[in-house]
Design a protein around this ligand. Sequence first.
Ligand code: ADP
Ligand code: MG
Length: 440
Amino acid sequence: MQENTSLRSTISTQSANCLALESDNRALKEKVQRTENTLEQRETTILMLERKLAESRKSVKELDQRIREEETIRRRLHNTIQELKGNIRVFCRVRPVSSSVNGSKNETATASITYPDIEGRQIEFAHAIETATGSQVAKTYPFTFDRVFQPTSTQEDVFEEISQLVQSALDGYNVCIFAYGQTGSGKTHTMEGPLNASAESMGMIPRSVHQIYENAEALKARGWTYKMEGQYVEIYNETVNDLLGNDGLNGGKKHDIRHADGKTTITDITTVVLTSPEKVAALLKKAAHNRSVGSTLMNERSSRSHCVFTLRLSGKNSITDESSEGVLNLIDLAGSERLSQSGAKGDRLKETQAINKSLSALSDVISAIANPNANTHVPYRNSKLTYLLQNSLGGNSKTLMFVNISPLRSNFNETLCSLRFATKVNACTIGTATRRAVSK
Ligand code: ADP
Ligand code: MG
């Protein structure tokens, strides 16, 4: 009986256990089912996400492609704008009165200058002349250029106008920017700026290098990488000298200009790879130092030679396989003042003749390339300067000339000569709609 009771109790316990197990089993089955459901949902989500990712990837690729296409379009449009503005442009810049030249006495009597139009393209001088009867009459001398910069204009104002040409060089065009004018009119100030210049006083050469740097960085995203090489030479008495050599200008090396496949090289010349924009300041300092060697007065020597700064910009696009090669030349011309021929003798006479010859050769070359008659002979070989720049003048190259002038009354006659020279160059802008190939 006792055993019977015990067995019954066991059975009842076991059946209770069995019920519990069955319930556990059901719970687990439900859990498995839920997990399977979740898994299925996640798999669906993953599939959806993968589809979305593929779509996004495709659209990124399309956008990349569009950016590159738009860069090509931008280049074409930018060039069209530059051609419409004229492949030859002339800007006039009047320097402020206060600056003393070489520390000499500060002359302040200014000529009568007005700027008649609001577009900033005109400048007018008034000057008293004596008539045949001995009475004084005021005569006016009006001039119009693509832009006139008043004495209050900053380096930044001036650069804003030329930065577009710097972009053209980056896009693969050849560009020449000249500073023409008498000694002391502000050519070197415009091109180089003062030594140890601040961000505000920097001239066009360092500003160009900085801008090229920034733009090249931005173009990296579009697949473009650039290499920048700089050279700085002077042309003195029809001889090329290296301004970046280690042994001054008297190293005795002879430098020949060579042209091949539309590229210009100078034999034995120092080439500096500009790996950072800061390098340009050191480069300008070295050139200034080299110019001062073998010359008693640095400014005097530099005013009697042409200084040509050349930046070669080679770009390559790793994605599209496009490449471009542009050259930017910034030229600080020799002082345009005609030294009185009768007083000049020996070395001075030779220098004067060399300067006059090369400045007229430059004007002749610009006139010839602007001539719509494609058979016009372009006399590049008439001077070392035009020969050196032959691949950057004419064709679809861009030329900009600054005529730098002094506001002083005592400089009036020289200023008039400069403005007349610049007007002759400006007259060439009419023919620029016609492209013509560079004749070799
Ligand atoms: P150039 O090279 O034509 O002989 P410089 O550039 O040496 O003339 O200028 C003569 C002097 O006038 C320098 O002391 C220069 O700093 C100063 N100068 C020229 N243009 C400006 C300007 N726009 N603003 C301030 N100073 C100037
Ligand atoms: Mg100078």
